[in-house]
Design a protein around this ligand. Structure first.
Ligand code: NAP
Length: 343
């Protein structure tokens, strides 16, 4: 086993969260790695859980570059992730956005962009001592560029892509040369934030022959009490799906053994009807997929800003596609390479 001095150090941003947590848990299984996990609050239950696994849990704040520089000291590898949704949902951020006269969607873009830039600036201070493929950045495609500006406000995509890779390439060439970009698919847990769209409960109204105006059953074959999955997205578009807690760790671990400079999609592609069929198979509940309009999706959401932000994501996922039709390496490409699994 490697001694403490011989171990490589991976520093994981967002270690108490879904993506970072999966990465920290994967690398700590390899005795050749020491794992340092960042959080604002090391004493939280998630922080204590990581510490119990052997992760060095340290305090850092993404709005404080100095705290990130200290946390990245000695790193061989850095895993980076940013969180659009915290400033989007937090009541104090919503109040601040209103005060500034910007939408909460744009406000959350500004926070995520700034925090991503802080991570990049701090990582650049240790770029010289990082491994050749030592900067692993979670990101998404650039919807503004991939639609030639037709969609220019899909903020939770572009806040990531504007930094990873664009800002890093422009501002920090040495770090950029050691970067891999990992795009993540739709989390299979996302129904928790969009329950009405994922599982619209079909009402107890007769249909056909003459549905009342308020019927919600748009699939005649569906029985009462069954479900419709409703998104503004073509049923034929391939959609990347990711079991974020189970698979982000293994995927990132495999990426860390590749040469730098490539971009990946951590996901398996299924159309929405195929995804719905998988739910039906597993749960036994009857579910059908229905393409709805952007406006219908927005109207179905209790929070209009959330409806617009995710509605745009579904429209973009329909065409050109969630990955913006970028050339991204996938799990099957990684499987062709022979890996050391650390076991
Ligand atoms: N839902 C989906 O389908 C989907 C798909 C693709 C991509 N995404 C993206 O995934 C991202 C969220 O990733 P996730 O699910 O892994 O996040 P998460 O589970 O919500 O965790 C967020 C992590 O970031 C840390 N963090 C947040 N703000 C921080 C700050 N100011 N300073 C230091 N640490 C901070 C948190 O640490 P502490 O709270 O412990 O400080 C926590 O570890 C979002 O940007 C979203 O757009 C989501």
């Amino acid at each position: 086993m490697a001694s403490a001095e011989q171990k490589k150090l991976i520093v994981v941003v967002g270690a108490t969260g879904n993506q970072g947590g999966a990465v920290a848990r994967r690398f700590i299984q390899d005795p050749r790695y020491a794992v340092r996990g960042l959080t604002r609050n090391p004493d939280s239950p998630a922080g204590k859980e990581l510490a119990a696994l052997g992760v060095e849990v340290v305090q850092a704040e993404l709005d404080d570059v100095k705290s990130l520089e200290a946390a990245f000291a000695g790193a061989n590898v850095i895993f980076s992730v940013t969180n659009y949704w915290e400033p989007f949902f937090r009541p104090d951020c919503r109040a601040k956005a209103a005060e500034l006269g910007v939408s909460c969607r744009k406000y959350a873009y500004d926070v995520e962009y700034r925090q991503g830039k802080n991570i990049a600036d701090a990582a650049a201070t240790v770029a010289g001592s990082l491994d050749a493929n030592g900067f692993l950045a979670s990101t998404l495609s650039n919807s503004r560029k991939c639609t030639d500006g037709k969609i220019d406000d899909l903020y939770h995509f572009d806040a990531k892509a504007d930094v990873f890779p664009d800002y890093v390439n422009a501002a920090h060439p040495e770090l950029a040369a050691k970067m891999s970009c990992i795009h993540t698919g739709f989390f299979t847990t996302s129904h928790r934030i969009l329950p009405e769209s994922y599982f619209h409960r079909v009402s107890l109204t007769p249909y056909p022959p003459s549905p009342p105006a308020n019927t919600t059953n748009t699939h005649p074959q569906l029985a009462d009490g069954t479900f419709e999955m409703r998104f503004p997205c073509s049923p034929n578009s391939p959609i990347p799906h990711l079991d974020v807690n189970a698979d982000t760790g293994n995927f990132t671990y495999a990426v860390s053994q590749m040469p730098a400079g490539k971009a990946y999609m951590a996901a398996e592609y299924l159309t929405w009807p195929e995804f719905a069929a998988a739910w039906q198979r597993v749960t036994g509940a009857s579910i059908a997929y229905k393409e709805v309009s952007f406006d219908e999706m927005v109207a179905a959401m209790p929070d209009r800003d959330l409806g617009v932000e995710v509605g745009l994501m579904f429209v973009y996922s329909s065409a050109p596609g969630y990955d913006g039709q970028m050339e991204l390496l996938k799990a099957e490409d990684l499987r062709k390479v022979s890996f050391d699994d650390g076991g």
